[in-house]
Design a protein around this ligand. Sequence first.
Ligand code: DX5
Ligand code: ZN
Length: 222
Amino acid sequence: MKKHLVAPSVLAADFTRLAAEIDMVNQSEADWFHLDVMDGRFVPNITFGMFIIEAIAKMAQKPLDVHLMIVEPEKYIEPIRNAGAHVITVHLEACPHLHRTIQQIKETGALAGVALNPHTPVQLLEDVIEDIDLVCLMSVNPGFGGQKFIYQTLPKIRKLHQMIAAANAKTLIEIDGGVGLQNAETLLQAGADVLVAGSSVFGAKEPLTTISALKAFNAVFV
Ligand code: DX5
Ligand code: ZN
């Protein structure tokens, strides 16, 4: 059985002790670091860019999964890759030429991801699904950590899972926003492959134990 991945979202880390937080993830059972880049235009918040990604890349011993919540992401794909990204995810809503942008990501050697806002139907990806390494389903409105999981995401996971299977593709389904111990198993059973977890990991009393618990769930496909 395929084992899912866990990607702690560094947005929820304590940036006054970032090195220790990165080290915690390095020592943990987590698979990737999830890094949220926000521009104050696509989303109503600003986080960090290449400079911080590069600093994190120097310490991180696991792949960097970079989620671009920015307009015109095509302008930053090469710099983000050069900063150390292994997975680069752009928003469908920010890409009028999505096919071209996906190819641009792949040409850098990174894995190509496409993120969908909660209101965006998964069917819009039908004609590019075979070209995408990962689909990030936003289960909160992007922009902030610590929000409540939107339950309408569940049927989207199931639909996307079917679409990927029908295309015989290997695309991973990533769920981002409001993910924690309370819903991880349900998400995996619906077909999730990657669980992004911010506040549920970094806000936990024992982040290492929480990561292990998120990894320990099993998906029993029906
Ligand atoms: C939201 C970001 C998420 C966020 C998740 O816009 O894309 O990655 O950090 O945070 P939690 O897990 O706290 O909802
Ligand atoms: Zn994210």
